[in-house]
Design a protein around this ligand. Structure first.
Ligand code: A2P
Length: 338
């Protein structure tokens, strides 16, 4: 396979760090790796295939001779620099929310809509979806193909790593503070996150939903390429370091039994069914952490809908929910289009 020059923007962050590791673990054919972050990080170094690579400051000239740029430094950095990277000839795979809803920018989960990658030609940018949407649609798509999903009601239990390294540090600090009988100081989140649940992820909109919840609404329609599917989400931050869990309830056009859904999902790409209540087996965040797949269990017929199915889906939000999904997109891009 041809090799390419790759840049990681936000290389010192929780997702950027995982992007570098994922490129290495999957032996992505990188000729040169450029690690970019803010001025604050100049002087830091990270290892890639045994070689120490210095972090460089992100500037307008950072993308000369780069073929693929993986961005995870927040929406404002993406808005400013992704078009510059694309103009310099790189294809950007952007993990922020900056471009996800733009009609001419593809929003891709490789197990669901890999063909949409072809639209990278429009603006040189491919958007990586929100973490909670990615793991849900990987499990929904194979069911939708067989029985058409009409609506989804989902409650999420999201890990702090989704907010970034500062939030991982905050949970750890607060747990230490509490065990040492010291006062807790919330900083990243508006309230104490240790031993608590916050029904508040991202900003509130006028309709009463949060931006995170509306991302699940809009992104599911776009990735599944079906505007008729509606999603009502309640997104909750929980004191877990890695791994988002979601209770998903759906109404189908055609009836499926729980065992039919188990059968469909056990053959689905990127999904592992862990579903044996008689042995207390169901997916757990601490077991999904560090893994590539999306884990589904608690599959049952939903009592509240006529043709209803409910399940519990768990994935590593930093891997499949962000870094791995971006690298999988890069693999298809390189294999089929570059
Ligand atoms: P830095 O560490 O230099 O601040 P996280 O989501 O884990 O908080 O990580 C955010 C990432 O985005 C970090 O790598 C951070 O770099 C980077 N970043 C944030 N703001 C900027 C900026 N203005 N220019 C370049 N990189 C940025």
């Amino acid at each position: 396979m041809k090799s390419v020059n790759v840049a990681v923007v936000g290389a010192t962050g929780a997702v950027g760090n995982e992007m570098r590791k994922t490129l290495e673990q999957r032996n992505f054919p990188v000729k040169n790796l450029r690690l970019l972050a803010s001025k604050r990080s100049v002087g830091k170094k990270f290892t890639f295939h045994g070689e120490e690579i210095p972090v460089e400051e992100l500037t307008e000239d950072s993308f000369q001779d780069i073929q693929i740029a993986l961005f995870s430094a927040g929406a404002s950095v993406s808005k400013q620099y992704a078009p510059l990277a694309a103009a310099a000839g790189a294809v950007v795979i952007d993990n922020s929310s900056a471009f996800r809803q733009e009609p001419d920018i593809p929003l891709v989960v490789p197990e669901v809509n890999p063909h949409a990658i072809a639209q990278y030609k429009n603006r040189g940018i491919i958007a990586n979806p929100n973490c909670s949407t990615i793991q849900m649609v990987v499990a929904l798509k194979p069911i939708h193909d067989v029985a058409r999903i009409k609506r989804v009601i989902v409650a999420t239990y999201q890990a702090v790593s989704g907010t970034g390294q500062k939030a991982i540090d905050e949970l750890e600090t607060q747990v230490r503070q509490l065990f040492n009988l010291k006062p807790v100081t919330p900083n990243v989140y508006p309230y104490q996150i240790a031993f608590n649940c916050l029904p508040h992820i991202d900003v509130f909109f006028e309709n009463g939903y949060t931006k995170e919840e509306m991302k699940m609404y809009y992104e599911t329609k776009k990735i599944m390429e079906d505007d008729s599917i509606t999603v009502s989400a309640t997104c909750v931050r929980v004191p877990v370091f890695y791994g988002h869990s979601e209770a998903v309830h759906m109404e189908l056009e055609k009836k499926l039994t729980a065992s039919e859904v188990r059968e469909i999902l056990s053959k689905a790409p990127g999904v592992i069914v862990v579903d044996d209540p008689s042995h207390n087996l169901y997916p757990l965040a601490i077991e999904a952490a560090g893994k590539d797949e999306v884990f589904v269990g608690r599959i049952r017929e939903d009592l509240a809908f006529e043709n209803g199915i409910a399940f519990w889906v768990v994935a590593d939000n930093i891997r499949k929910g962000a870094a791995l999904n971006a690298v999988q997109i890069a693999e298809i891009l390189l294999d089929k289009y570059l």
